[in-house]
Design a protein around this ligand. Sequence first.
Ligand SMILES: *[C@@H]1O[C@H](CO)[C@@H](O)[C@H](O)[C@H]1NC(C)=O
Ligand SMILES: *[C@@H]1O[C@H](CO)[C@@H](O)[C@H](O)[C@H]1NC(C)=O
Ligand SMILES: *[C@@H]1O[C@H](CO)[C@@H](O)[C@H](O)[C@H]1NC(C)=O
Ligand SMILES: *[C@@H]1O[C@H](CO)[C@@H](O)[C@H](O)[C@H]1NC(C)=O
Ligand SMILES: *[C@@H]1O[C@H](CO)[C@@H](O)[C@H](O)[C@H]1NC(C)=O
Ligand SMILES: *[C@@H]1O[C@H](CO)[C@@H](O)[C@H](O)[C@H]1NC(C)=O
Length: 218
Amino acid sequence: MSHLLLTLALLALQACLCRGACVEVDSNTEAVENKGFKLGCISCKQRSEVPARAVVDWFFKSSDDYNFTHVYRYENNMPHITDERFFDRLAWKGSKNTEDLQDGSIYILNVTFNDTGIYNCTFTRTLVYPNYEFSNITNKTVNMKVVAELTRGWASILSEVMMYVSIIGLQVWLAIEMVYCYRKISAAGEEALRESAAEYLAIASESKDNCAAVQVAE
Ligand SMILES: *[C@@H]1O[C@H](CO)[C@@H](O)[C@H](O)[C@H]1NC(C)=O
Ligand SMILES: *[C@@H]1O[C@H](CO)[C@@H](O)[C@H](O)[C@H]1NC(C)=O
Ligand SMILES: *[C@@H]1O[C@H](CO)[C@@H](O)[C@H](O)[C@H]1NC(C)=O
Ligand SMILES: *[C@@H]1O[C@H](CO)[C@@H](O)[C@H](O)[C@H]1NC(C)=O
Ligand SMILES: *[C@@H]1O[C@H](CO)[C@@H](O)[C@H](O)[C@H]1NC(C)=O
Ligand SMILES: *[C@@H]1O[C@H](CO)[C@@H](O)[C@H](O)[C@H]1NC(C)=O
């Protein structure tokens, strides 16, 4: 039974994907300071066979504001930025095709901490039937928060890790060196001891021969 359901679900999903169907994905909510950020807003058209026109509006309420302000409108392929805080900073990232406007996403070019707040996107879609028109308004909310640039953080984390790695590496190297030296020294000590003992014994037992040899050499 569950197998059948799964198969059906997969088939349905495949059918959707093959038709390039619209899926209403929620927007990301975490923006990085000084980077771009896409405010996502997708509103799928339920009746694909009916021609429609749509207008997309974006409203913004910063953490300091009491009310929403109208900041952006996209209508007849024309973008309008209607709030001076966003002049030159918003770009259209939605559908290119006005006939099939289902993606109303916009892009903030350079995010500042002042952009933190709630963004509302409103789709006003008018379905054009032969004898009448039908308007449907849907809205989406994106609660955006801004975080500091990550690159500096990563760089400092990396340098800290490198510092620990080099300290530990240095200590391991020191320890190895100490063990190595200790062994060498003690081995040399034993050798020296053995040698001197041997010499001593040799001198003691063969001193006469040595002396003779020395005398011959002279
Ligand atoms: C973004 O804005 C900040 C401060 O306003 C500025 O220092 C930075 O150069 C800008 N970055 C880009 C890519 O425009
Ligand atoms: C408006 O559109 C949304 C999705 O596009 C749909 O879920 C909703 O049922 C529609 N409302 C009406 C009144 O048709
Ligand atoms: C917010 O909107 C309400 C109703 O539209 C209005 O009475 C109020 O003055 C506004 N507040 C601010 C700070 O603009
Ligand atoms: C953020 O807002 C404050 C107060 O409104 C303003 O002084 C400041 O210049 C703004 N910063 C940016 C980067 O727009
Ligand atoms: C934005 O969305 C919030 C939460 O869904 C809602 O309370 C508010 O009325 C909306 N504002 C606008 C201008 O659409
Ligand atoms: C936004 O959507 C919510 C729920 O979908 C609805 O209650 C609210 O009235 C809508 N706001 C506007 C301005 O269309």
